[in-house]
Design a protein around this ligand. Sequence first.
Ligand SMILES: [Cu+2]
Length: 260
Amino acid sequence: MKYDMKNKIPIPVIGIVAVLVVFFVYKAFLSKSKSSLKVAPAQLSSEGVDEAAHAMEAIPDINIKTASEKKGLQELQFKLEGTTKIFKLTAEPIKWEVFKGTMVTAWAYNGIVPGPLIRVTDGDKVKIIVKNNLPEPTTIHWHGVLVPNNMDGIPDETQKPIQPGETFTYEFVANPAGTFWYHSHFNTDKQIGIGLSGAFVIEPKGGLNPKPDIDKVLMLNEWRVLVNKPILLCQRLTWMQICLRSMVNPFLTQRILLLK
Ligand SMILES: [Cu+2]
């Protein structure tokens, strides 16, 4: 068949037009996603931080001491007051080594990330004294534990937020038995993302049967570390983004019991 160049558009021209269309559609998409990032709550950009990191504000990192501990989820000791187990948690900023050689600014319970592992037995009377040494208010929610409404940690709903410098005492009977977690319930996207969570294990009365040989609690979180700042900042993707990426709930407390 004769190919008539006069009536047809040359293939290279179609190719260039196609590339340009793809380019402009992509640019339009990019500017749309940038503007939607700017209007989302708690998404303050800090100057010099790359575009992809706009999901969270920069965490203030001046005058923050380096953590003396290296391991998160250490079991929290308690004092007995009558039959009540008294635990103490202090929320404060620290510099934390997320992995070897990489420091981030974290907000932590008792200076470790994840926070301490609280282990009690079903039916224990528990008091947890929470001191807020953060630069903003906080509360704690005992996720999965059946606590009275006023101990549930929902700011301005079940309690007043714990202001910087203030202390609040949570008091409840630990139940049901199971592996749970506790976490900040104030400005959660930020506060949980940069370290404010820990594990809460309620052992069944009489202990686990059969007894595990190894009992390990794992908590998963994702950190975004920006290397273009003098002191590294930590940020995380939103919960939804993590879920879309990993297809699992990243904050599920996983307890691994190995039996013979
Ligand atoms: Cu929760």
